[in-house]
Design a protein around this ligand. Structure first.
Ligand SMILES: Cc1ncc(COP(=O)(O)O)c(C=O)c1O
Length: 475
């Protein structure tokens, strides 16, 4: 077979230099990725190995990964039991593919999910991304009413993913993209029950029946730190019950003990009709998600011979993904991740309070619980605005850009001076470590943040900007 170039092998991939990787990104992925990643100090490193919260770089650094992999890494990197489960699956040459042959792994994983969730949330459908789970849930809710209802409600503060369905009901301005929307999407105000009541009564048909097939909600919004209280969730459940509207909770990010309980909604005894989940169900290795339906919802939608494959995907319930997730859930139960997450949350809250006491004008608040925190700062942006003229003009025009550059400067300083890798959002600095985080690792993060704030925002921001400037000069 003739191919123009020699194909790269895994050996080649593991040996290529950083410069070569960057060239490959520019040529074959997207030159902008190369440009943006290279802006940050971590863009000068390659990761050789990862274990728990620690990254080991090719240059010999040991780096604390405080990101928690955006909710994927509750078990940390390469948890030994997760690795063993995958190796065992492969060594036994198990079967991955066929949907028409009974899978013991799919069966066991489905039973485990049902056992861990409350009430009759008994029927998971496994797919691979959070957005896919959301799209599946939208279809299921629509099917529940056999197409007789046309409206779906979503919150003005929400992120559900970037597929067309999930994107259609993503409300947060900075996360939303101008693509075609599914029909009949209506926004309500996050956490405001009156806003939902008004919308529900506005969307009645002539005969007085509801035209709404589903209401979507992130009970805890990971991207903003906003959360709904028990009173709100109970009132929402009542509204949905009254008009037979499917209530969908999206806990793709916050599930599997990220916010303390197994799922955030479980603190309040309110059960949705469908739950979407993903991220740490895969133990940090398997790309897995699910929408989980209550029994009557499954029965009325895909629970008949005519429609049981109305929703399917090629990679639904793949063997190794399911085997990995079975182990991931057993670890969560065996090692009591609920208690671990709550203990870590208490320690993190105490550290943030101590930081506030040290920097009373600067550290405004810590928002979060479990192992999902955002540290918000009071920042005087005029201090560094003039230095920002060094940056490309289109970027400067973005919303809250100055604030974000300052946060980027802080995280970049934490990496280059303290070997601590963390992320930020437009709201603040994230500390969202794995649930398995140890007290010493929490202390390590806060020592780095304290040292960085002590260096001063002018120093951290101008260093970040001038590194960027130097990069332009080197071109
Ligand atoms: C609450 C929520 N829903 C859906 C998604 C989309 O998941 P994915 O990126 O796997 O499509 C995310 C991703 O972070 C999320 O946080």
């Amino acid at each position: 077979m003739h191919i123009n170039k020699k194909l790269l092998t895994i050996d080649d991939a593991e040996r290529v230099s950083l410069k070569e990787i960057k060239d490959l990104y520019k040529a074959y992925i997207n030159p902008v990725y190369e440009d943006v990643f290279s802006t940050f100090a971590i863009g000068s490193e390659l990761i050789e190995r990862a274990e728990g919260l620690w990254l080991y770089t090719r240059s010999g650094k040991k780096v604390l990964d405080a990101t928690g992999g955006q909710g994927v890494l509750n078990h940390g990197h390469n948890h030994p039991r997760i690795l063993a489960a995958r190796i065992r699956y492969q060594q036994q040459q198990r079967m991955e593919v066929h949907k028409t042959i009974f899978s013991p792994y799919l069966a066991a994983l489905s039973a485990n999910v049902a056992a861990m969730l409350p009430a009759d949330l008994n029927y998971p459908f496994f797919c691979n991304s959070g957005a896919e789970a959301v799209d599946g849930a939208i279809k299921m809710a629509h099917k529940y009413h056999a197409g007789s209802r046309s409206q779906i409600l979503y919150s003005d503060i929400s992120y559900h993913g970037k597929l067309l369905g999930a994107g259609s009901i993503t409300g947060s301005k900075e996360l939303h993209y101008g693509f075609p929307k599914i029909p009949g999407t209506v926004a309500y105000e996050y956490g405001n029950i009156e806003s939902i009541r008004r919308t529900v009564s506005a969307l009645r048909k002539k005969d007085g029946s509801s035209d709404i097939y589903a209401i979507f909600l992130e009970p805890y919004s990971a991207s903003t730190g906003r959360k709904c209280d028990g009173e709100f969730l109970k009132a929402l459940r009542e509204i949905c019950d009254k008009d037979n509207i499917i209530l969908v909770f999206d806990e793709v990010f916050t599930g599997w003990c990220k916010t303390g309980n197994l799922f955030y909604f479980m603190d309040y005894g309110v059960v949705p009709d469908i739950l979407t989940t993903s991220k740490s169900i895969g133990g940090g290795k398997s790309s897995l998600s699910a929408f989980v339906a209550r029994t009557p919802v499954l029965q009325k939608t895909f629970g008949n011979h005519h429609d049981f494959v109305l929703h399917s995907t090629t990679y639904n319930g793949f063997g190794e993904e399911c085997a990995t997730a079975i182990e991931a859930l057993n670890i969560i139960a065996d090692d009591d991740y609920v208690s671990q997450s709550r203990r870590a949350g208490a320690m993190i809250s105490a550290q943030i309070a101590a930081l506030q006491a040290k920097f009373p004008g600067l550290v405004r608040e810590g928002v979060g619980q479990g192992t999902l925190f955002s540290i918000r700062l009071n920042i005087k942006t005029e201090l560094v605005e003039s230095a920002l003229r060094l940056l490309p003009v289109t970027m400067v025009k973005q919303d809250r850009f100055v604030y974000q550059v300052i946060l980027a400067g802080i995280t970049d300083w934490m990496f280059s001076h303290y070997n601590v890798y963390t992320s930020f959002t437009p709201e603040g600095i994230n500390f969202s470590p794995p649930v398995i985080v140890q007290p010493g690792e929490i202390e390590c993060f806060f020592a780095a943040l304290e040292g960085t704030l002590q260096a001063g925002l002018l120093a951290t921001t101008t260093t970040f900007i001038s590194n960027r400037f130097l990069k332009f000069l080197k071109r």
